[in-house]
Design a protein around this ligand. Structure first.
Ligand code: NA7
Length: 852
């Protein structure tokens, strides 16, 4: 095979392309590595602006694939500066003879897939055509600087410098008047150095950024010690972590401690001078704006403590975007620089740049001359370098066209219509939200292992399926939806480049989860891919993750606890266990008033708890029945959910207990449910409710009690109900439904636990009674408007779906929410699982709608 016909072409000789070359060579593939720059190092080759440093500690920002490197290379600092990182890249390239495999100063102009030969044709800036089986974009996430989008930018006759393309010989600003535009990481790192030299510096700021001092010095001793003690364990932890750096996972909400305590905890993290520490003190900073503001305010206080002029301090204090939704920065003397007499901050929001002129900048009502302008205005991140090359796949479609509305891809590694095209740390993978070294190594390993698998299996092509790609997009969106990222116009969201689609480009589900998913795809015969070779085709189509990410975390966490199954306990122990678990959850929103009382049930008094909204009454009233499989739970066991429904729907919720099995078996719960409903109807005015404005609701077994109560009310002359809300209800104990088996285990409520509940509650013969299985009622017409919520990963899903369908067929107005990615319990987990917020809002809307 000639040099122009190889197995693999790799674009880029940064840390990705370097390691990929090593793996390809070791695996016996022929390859070419093409690099536009004049040396290895990628982003560290280009970004030579003064002060350029990595914001991840050198203990973590280094290769792990060559253990010898750890002995042969030692870092001088905690946060290495660009020259040292570049030297490290060169050292590795020399050690592993990587230079010999790289063509420098070569750009790829275009790449075309030929579906007849099943090969890519690559055309380069040197006029060469290279044919290859596989084409890998190792082009980095921040490699294409954003075009200056300021009027008059091309007119300026003084020095023009772009941080991402800094002159190799450096720039001497001594004695100059310098304008710096942009206050992201590059601006924040370079401004103090520019101010050291220049006579005058004017910083043009559009958005102030959160920045913490790097406190640079030697690598952090506690990390060094851990590495020395057990390097393999340290790396393993990094690979399974959220961000690719071992950090202790927080368990506490920022809102659960007084402000002062929170600030003391944040101070300790801040003192460490490590990027990820501050964001991992509390567990809700990324998902809850109020919690986020605790950190934000802590950092604003830090700015005020340093910057002497209060007006400048305020301008430097981020207020609009939540902490972490733009990459937080690490600085050395950034805020201090604004105390210098020759440094001035211009707020572009009040003094926008009108134009750049031949000699300077016109902004606000001023005109100012400068000797040099520094653009620290960022990058066309994540996709700029990929779509910058004209890549044409099957059917003549370019990747640029395909990605017009967002970078659809599978696993951030591949994309439909472009067989054998791989991206390293592409959009849809953790990439820039992680320690890049960990993510790079994982991608290189996955790609090389896949190429080896294909070679061994006799496959020539690999391409994801549309179904897998769409499911991955949904999963990425599910992950993004529970965070605050979408509130901010950032380069993570593509919002810094005009015309770019606005989606969260990196995958935010975490490095560890992502790695497990990628490994699972391989282990499951390349789930979501089509592989083809001479006379053979392998397709294992399907979505790789459908469960909501926060739900998955809870499910995984519960699995990791190794608790005994509830059905192995006595009912007494099960009740104690359930109560103990409930005691640990957040309490839910405040309501206007809570009143506890007793009402007459069918077999004695029943406790109830009434939740009244803060708004003036009288309110509609909803009688609510708790979950717990008829065996456990009480009028207070669904407290957070009742609070949420009360406050969201602005209705009174009366949560009523009922007699439990096995002490009181069928039909005790059903009889109590109807008795309670009747009593509330009779006493509605005294309870502060609006007469006639009555509905019923329930979750799980409580949904069963509610559904039966509604049928009994219809058949027994009242009370008249305005609606019923059934959350994952039990509707049919007479037979198995498909979901009982499909979701038999692993999703909190199991098939065997459900069977245990039924066995305690009702004899097999009774289970066909509509008072136990409301789905079996001969007639479902005349029931009140209904909202049913069923969850994808719930054994009870199909019986709930069947009830919704049967009611609709009987002419009952039904709103049916099939909660995607949820389990039986997740929607009740108020203030714990953000993905439940939407379904609960819809439930509340339905409740309110019953009374509209
Ligand atoms: P960033 O973080 O994208 O920062 C770019 C900065 O430039 C940011 O403050 C922008 O303001 C500002 N900007 C961009 N365009 C303009 C115009 N037209 N006018 C005024 N100001 C502008 O890039 P960096 O290079 O600093 O850092 C990139 C990453 O590299 C960093 O996150 C680390 O991961 C390493 P805006 O915020 O958009 O209002």
């Amino acid at each position: 095979m000639s040099k122009s016909d190889v197995d693999v072409v790799v674009v880029g000789a940064g840390f990705s392309g370097m390691y990929l070359q090593k793996r390809l060579r070791d695996a016996g593939f022929s390859y070419r590595v093409l690099e536009a720059g004049g040396d290895v190092g990628g982003t560290w080759y280009w970004n030579r602006y003064p002060g350029a440093r990595c914001d991840i500690s050198t203990t973590d920002y280094q290769y792990t694939w060559d253990p010898e490197l750890h002995e042969q290379w030692s870092w001088s600092e905690k946060h290495a500066a660009q020259p040292e990182i570049l030297r490290y890249a060169q050292f590795v390239a020399n050690k592993h003879d990587l230079y010999s495999g790289i063509d420098f100063d070569v750009r790829v102009n275009d790449a075309h897939w030929n579906d007849d030969t099943k090969r890519w044709s690559i055309h380069t800036s040197t006029g060469e055509t290279i044919v290859c089986r596989h084409y890998v974009m190792a082009t980095g996430c921040l490699s294409v600087p954003k075009e200056p989008d300021i009027p008059g930018a091309d007119r300026f006759r003084g020095g023009v410098y772009v941080t991402g393309r800094w002159p190799h010989e450096g720039v001497d600003f001594t004695g100059m008047k310098v304008a710096v535009i942009g206050t992201g990481s590059s601006g924040i790192q370079s401004i103090p150095h520019i101010a050291d030299q220049a006579n005058e510096v004017v910083v043009f700021q559009r958005t102030p950024n959160y920045s913490i001092p790097a406190f640079n010095g030697p690598p952090p001793q506690y990390r060094v010690d851990r590495l020395k003690a057990d390097r393999a364990a340290y790396h393993a932890e990094a690979r399974q972590s959220t961000s690719g750096v071992p950090v202790n996972l927080p368990t506490m909400s920022a809102l659960s401690v007084p402000r002062e305590t929170a600030h003391e905890m944040l101070e300790k993290a801040w003192q460490k001078g490590e990027l990820l520490e501050l964001g991992t003190v509390f567990n809700d900073v990324g998902i809850n704006r109020a919690a986020n503001d605790v950190v934000a305010e802590f950092l604003r206080e830090k700015v005020r403590a340093v910057v002497k002029d209060p007006a400048t301090a305020e301008l430097l204090s981020p207020r609009k975007h939540p902490y972490g939704t733009k990459r937080p920065c690490m600085d050395t003397n950034y805020f201090e620089t604004f105390n210098l007499a020759h440094v001035r901050l211009v707020d572009l929001n009040s003094s926008p740049i009108r134009t750049i002129t031949e000699t300077g900048i016109d902004f606000g009502d001023e005109s100012h001359d400068f000797d040099a302008i520094v653009y620290a205005t960022g990058f066309d991140a994540m996709t700029g370098a990929i779509v910058g090359v004209d890549i044409t796949g099957k059917d003549g479609v370019t990747l640029k066209k395909k990605w017009e509305h967002g970078p659809q891809n599978y696993l951030g590694l591949t994309t439909v219509g472009f067989p054998n095209l791989f991206m390293i740390t592409g959009p849809g993978s953790p990439s820039v939200l992680s320690n890049m070294m960990v993510s790079i190594e994982q991608h290189v390993d996955w790609i090389t292992d896949t190429l080896v698998d294909m070679r061994d299996g006799g496959f020539d092509t690999i391409e994801p399926t549309p179904l897998a790609e769409e499911a991955w997009r949904r999963h990425c969106t599910d992950c993004a939806d529970i965070t605050l990222f979408q509130e901010t116009d950032s380069w993570y969201m593509g919002a810094n480049v005009p015309g770019k689609p606005r989606v969260l480009f990196p995958y935010i589900g975490g490095v560890g989860r992502y790695r497990r998913i990628c490994d699972e795809v391989r282990a499951r015969d390349y789930l979501g891919f089509v592989l083809e070779g001479a006379g053979k085709r392998q397709v294992n189509d399907g979505p790789v993750r459908e469960i909501q990410p926060d739900v998955e975390m809870v499910v995984d966490m519960m699995a990791s606890l190794g608790l005994p199954p509830i059905e192995s306990m006595s009912p007494t122990d099960a009740r104690a266990f359930s109560e103990a678990s409930s005691a640990m959850r957040p309490r839910g929103p405040e309501v206007g008033e809570i009143v506890d009382g007793v009402l007459p049930g069918a077999g004695g008094d029943l406790n109830y708890r009434l939740y009244r909204p803060a708004s003036p009454g009288p309110h509609p009233v909803v009688v609510y029945f708790h979950g717990g499989g008829w065996v456990f739970g009480s009028h207070v066991s669904d407290d957070p959910l009742c609070r949420a429904l009360c406050s969201l729907a602005d209705v009174v919720i009366v949560s009523v207990d009922y007699r439990h099995a096995p002490e009181s078996r069928f039909p005790a719960a059903a009889d109590d449910g109807y008795a309670a409903l009747t009593w509330v109807a009779d006493n509605i005015a005294a309870l502060g409710g609006a007469p006639g404005q009555l509905a019923v609701a329930g979750w799980s077994a409580g949904g069963n009690v509610a559904a039966v109560a509604a049928q009994t009310a219809r058949d027994s002359g009242g009370p008249t109900l305005r609606g019923q809300l059934l959350l994952t209800p039990v509707t049919d104990g007479s037979r198995q439904h498909r979901s009982h088996d499909e979701n038999a285990s692993g999703y909190v409520l199991t098939k065997s636990l459900m069977e245990w509940f039924w066995n305690h509650y009702a004899d097999p013969a009774d289970r066909t009674n509509p008072k136990a299985s409301p789905l079996l009622a001969a007639d479902l017409s005349g029931l009140p408007p209904t909202m049913i919520v069923t969850c994808q990963f719930d054994p009870l899903r199909d019986e709930g779906d069947a009830y919704a369908e049967a009611l609709a067929a009987a002419g009952v107005p039904v709103r049916h929410l099939r909660a995607r990615g949820h389990v039986h319990t997740s929607i009740t987990m108020v203030d714990m699982l953000p993905s439940g917020v939407g379904p609960r809002r819809q439930m509340a809307e339905a409740l309110a709608g019953f009374f509209a």
